[in-house]
Design a protein around this ligand. Structure first.
Ligand code: ZN
Length: 478
């Protein structure tokens, strides 16, 4: 709540006091999180847990609380505090280094944060790859080797796909550039989200510099967005945050105020946002239903045929910035970061050599040389505090989104027929039943095996991209 308020409502001069308030709350929460009494209680409850089925509320809530407790007590509070402090200094140095295009401002903070991250990893006494430790913070139970196998397969197929698109006829996306009224974009976004099920009772939409979603309870979901005058990205970003919000909105309400009442992992969370943003939000049938609304609010689209708009929305072209990337090139941005993170953590790559290593991979995978740090190595906030392990979950989210989509469509019938008629509730209901309501009851891979019959598998995603490229752009993928 303090974080949401900080980004949406707080006057700027409140920043310092807010940092103190957050630190105080964090300290108090952490004390309770690692309280030995909690450990004793969890031990006492072991026979009770074992007497209940694995998927019961009773067993689930104890199992997940114990997992959280055992991780939390591994990290000594002084190290936690140093990580916190270096992270916050790193964030401020990152802002300055970007603005001044000067890596030397960032370098000492990178070195300090990386050293602390290594100390953090050492607390867990990793038997295998040290990267497993940081990955587990975002993707419980998944190993680096599993991620690497998926990413190697993606790389093998995505590189020729990008080449094939480059050789196909270029797509005219000029209709997406121009001047688009912000209030009109807001009305279009709301019309779509209302058709997808949001209401004033349980949802809010506010403005922030960086869009995000946060929930206070299953009945209190907050989305934020930003609309720019010269493009309509803000509408798509609303669809993205909606996917996160719907997940939290549809968790079993009886889990409220327990360890179960949250998304199960970063990748599964991201699969929800990317499903609504891309698989639904960039789809022709979806826009057959919503295009008249867009044309009414932004009359400039009255002269643009729906098919032209749809092709422009799905244009594939390598870009410098990950957040601007299309569906095909996106994963390569993530894969190159994953590879660099592993090298940094293992010590094979020194922070001082990071910019050159980053640019070399950009040239190799995307054929682009970043012109400055803000379009290159300093473009993302995630490294300002060396939060390693998070990036891979973005690409894994794409992979999972198509696995779920195919399973849902097999159960519910052709989505295009439903979307053209404005029927989105069956898909939302399927996701509630199979993913959302479970919260953190199962580990992510366990959840997938139960609900789609296999762990994370890149093939459905690759098949989807290939069909998309062939049908939309006439690309010939080798
Ligand atoms: Zn997201």
């Amino acid at each position: 709540m303090l974080g949401w308020d900080e980004e949406t409502k707080m006057p700027p001069a409140g920043a310092e006091a807010r940092a103190e308030q957050r630190a105080t709350l964090e300290e108090l929460t952490h004390e309770r999180r690692v309280d030995p009494d909690l450990g004793d209680l969890l031990e006492e409850l072991r026979p009770f847990e074992e007497a209940h089925p694995h998927d019961s509320f009773e067993a689930g809530v104890i199992r997940v609380a114990r997992r959280d407790y055992e991780k939390a007590i591994r990290v000594p509070p002084p190290l936690q505090a140093r990580l916190e402090r270096a992270g916050s200094l790193g964030y401020r140095a990152w802002l300055r280094a970007r603005a001044e295009n000067d890596y030397s401002i960032m370098l000492p903070l990178f070195e300090e944060n990386l050293e602390l991250r290594r100390e953090y990893v050492a607390c867990f006494d990793p038997k295998g790859d040290p990267y497993d430790v940081v990955l587990d913070d975002y993707e419980p139970g998944m190993t680096t080797a599993e991620v690497e196998a998926i990413f190697d397969r993606l790389k093998e197929r995505l590189v020729p796909m990008i080449r094939a698109v480059g050789e196909a006829e270029p797509v005219d996306d000029s209709c997406l550039r121009g001047s688009f009224s912000r209030p009109a974009q807001h009305r279009v976004a709301l019309a779509i989200l209302e058709a997808w099920g949001i209401d004033d009772e349980s949802w809010r939409l506010d403005y922030t510099v960086h869009p995000f979603e946060v929930s206070m309870a299953v009945s209190d979901i907050r989305l934020t967005t930003r609309f720019d005058e010269d493009n309509i990205h803000g509408i798509l970003s609303c669809l993205h945050e909606f996917g996160h919000g719907l997940y939290e909105r549809q968790i079993d309400p009886s889990y409220s105020r327990t360890s179960l009442a949250d998304g199960v992992s970063s990748a599964v969370h991201e699969s929800q946002s990317r499903l609504w943003e891309n698989l639904v939000g960039r789809r022709l049938s979806t826009w057959r239903f919503f295009y008249p609304t867009l044309q009414r609010e932004l009359p400039v689209f009255c002269d643009v045929p729906l098919e032209t708009f749809h092709r422009a929305l799905n244009r594939v072209r390598p870009t410098f910035r990950r957040v601007d990337a299309d569906e095909v090139t996106y994963c390569l941005h993530v894969i190159l970061r994953f590879e660099l993170e592993r090298e940094l953590l293992s010590g094979r790559l020194a922070p001082r050599d990071l910019p050159e290593a980053f640019d070399a991979k950009m040239r190799e995978y995307l054929g682009l040389q970043p012109p400055d740090l803000a379009s290159g190595v300093l473009q993302d906030v995630h490294w300002s505090d060396m939060s390693l392990g998070y990036f891979p979950t973005y690409a894994l989210g794409n992979v999972v989104s198509v696995q779920l989509w195919e399973r849902a469509e097999a159960a519910l019938g052709d989505f295009d027929e439903q979307f053209e008629r404005g029927e989105f509730a069956p898909l939302a209901g399927w996701l509630r039943e199979h993913i959302h309501r479970h919260g953190r009851m199962f580990e992510p891979q366990e959840l997938l095996r139960r609900e789609v019959g296999s762990g994370m598998d890149p093939e459905p995603y690759l098949g989807y991209l290939q069909r998309q490229l062939e049908e939309l752009f006439g690309a010939v993928v080798a």
